[in-house]
Write a protein that binds this ligand. Structure first.
Ligand code: ATP
Ligand code: MG
Length: 440
């Protein structure tokens, strides 16, 4: 079994070896290489203690010296190099209270969560697989290293990680591991929101986000996302507009292939995908519950704001006319409108019915409006408050009102978005305001 190590990884391993230490690529990168997937990052495990590692490389970062981790920088790329270690008891069900370093690779591999994550590799020794990781890769199962019950007692985050890896790799969870996960799910309550969020995001952004349903059945979401359980209990986990939400989650995974959608699709941007996923997931719970859930899981304010905004306008209807779409863009915001159209697209395409047609038509209209750069907000209006002040208006409420009315006219008829037309219109309105006796 040969793995093509990147040059920089080979360099780090050789440097350590040249000074009498053992060193291997380990964990996720070995697993992904064996699966023919491109590893996101390469971690290295070594018998050298962190200070020895630091001494061997010119640029290093003390990522987690206490836990034995030093990041070695090669150009702009960083590689985590961690000393072989045995984890002590886990403080908060997550962080080992103390770690002790060891000279034994096997001991280091034994502390790792799943067999598929407990393999090491270097060019001299080839694949080191003491716990049946490659057999489990072949069988496509997630299995704990050692006794699942005690491994989940040590660190409950592993329970969620099992589902996350199953979702990313399309693996099943081995029976005993699954039973223990179910049994110990409540312990997830001891895990910090940040760590839960990271794993949840990876699950949602994976190829099989529908595994959240399995996580629910095993009692996981009841602990960290009870809103989802309530939705599941509420019967058909539906959204009243086409396919159920879990199906929609799945649909989000694939780039919608309708050509009309591709132009507005930027769902391969993880942040955007996540916003769409959370919206799909939580919209039926309502804006308030969604807000609470995301706050609790410590999502950033921007994500929370976007998701809540999309949930607010989730069922919003617009007439299928240019004016209707411009109005919707004005109310919802151009960018949010794009996301909302994407959500509709994902839920109604591929499909042929009226709904699908409505989505396609909306997208066409939306794109036309953007292409023609038509005005949908005050900032695109050909006159500004400044302009009105210059022709003698006083800042104040009526000025805002006038701008708002000008905008409505322009949304009705984009041709009107010209300075001279709008100024003339303003003069006309000014007379009206004056005759009503409001201040000028
Ligand atoms: P990804 O591709 O998502 O980064 P990964 O396998 O690299 O997957 P990480 O969370 O980056 O996952 O962890 C790196 C390695 O550290 C894992 O492969 C595993 O060997 C070990 N590991 C990480 N978290 C735990 C944990 N909670 N318990 C035991 N071992 C863990
Ligand atoms: Mg990793």
């Amino acid at each position: 079994m040969r793995i093509e190590l990147p040059d920089k990884v080979t360099y780090i391993i050789r440097t350590l070896q040249a000074h009498g230490y053992e060193a291997y690529a380990v964990g996720g990168c070995v697993r992904d290489s064996l699966l023919g997937r491109i590893p996101e990052d390469w971690d290295i495990t070594t018998s050298a203690d962190p200070y020895a590692t630091k001494a061997l490389f010119t640029r290093t970062i003390d990522t987690g010296i206490r836990h034995g981790t030093v990041t070695v920088m090669c150009g702009k790329q960083g590689f985590e190099v961690t000393t072989y270690r045995i984890d002590g008891e886990y403080e908060d069900g997550r962080h080992p209270k103390q770690v002790s370093f060891t000279k034994s690779l096997k001991e280091d591999l034994a502390r790792r969560d799943f067999t598929i994550n407990a393999m090491a590799y270097n060019e001299e020794d080839g694949l080191i697989d003491r716990f049946g990781g490659s057999a489990d890769l072949k069988q496509r199962v997630i299995r704990c290293v050692g006794d699942p019950g005690s491994r989940f007692d040590e660190d409950a985050l592993r329970i969620l990680r099992a589902f996350r890896f199953a979702a990313q790799l399309d693996f099943s969870i081995e029976e005993k591991t699954y039973a223990a996960a179910k049994d110990k799910a409540v312990n997830l309550g001891r895990i910090s929101a940040e760590l839960i969020q990271t794993e949840l995001n990876k699950l949602l952004l994976s190829w099989h986000p529908e595994l959240l349903v399995s996580a629910c059945e095993a009692g996981l979401t009841a602990v960290f996302l009870p809103e989802f359980d309530r939705l599941m209990e509420a019967g058909p986990f539906g959204n009243g507009s086409g396919v159920p939400a879990v199906e929609a989650l799945k649909a989000l995974v694939c780039e919608p292939d309708a050509a009309a959608i591709r132009t507005i699709w930027r769902g391969d941007v993880p942040k955007e995908r996540l916003i769409l996923s959370l919206t799909v997931l939580l919209h039926a719970a309502g804006e308030k519950a969604a807000f609470g859930a995301m706050k609790r899981l410590k999502y950033d304010n921007e994500t929370i704001r976007s998701v809540c905004h999309l949930i607010r306008y989730y069922g919003y209807d617009w007439p299928l006319t240019p004016v209707g779409i411009r109005m919707a863009m004005h109310e919802i915001g151009t960018e949010s409108m794009r996301l909302l159209l994407l959500l509709r697209a994902v839920q109604n395409l591929p499909g042929k019915g009226e709904e699908a047609e409505a989505v396609l038509e909306s997208v066409r209209l939306y794109e036309g409006i953007l292409r023609r750069r038509e005005c949908v907000s005050l900032k695109d209006l050909a006159v500004t408050g400044e302009d009105l002040i210059q022709i003698g208006f006083k800042p104040g409420r009526s000025l805002g009102e006038i701008l708002g009315r000008l905008l409505m006219q322009v949304i009705e008829d984009p041709e009107k978005n010209r300075r001279e037309i709008l100024l003339a219109e303003t003069e006309r309105m000014a007379d009206e305001y004056q005759s009503k006796g409001s201040r000028m």
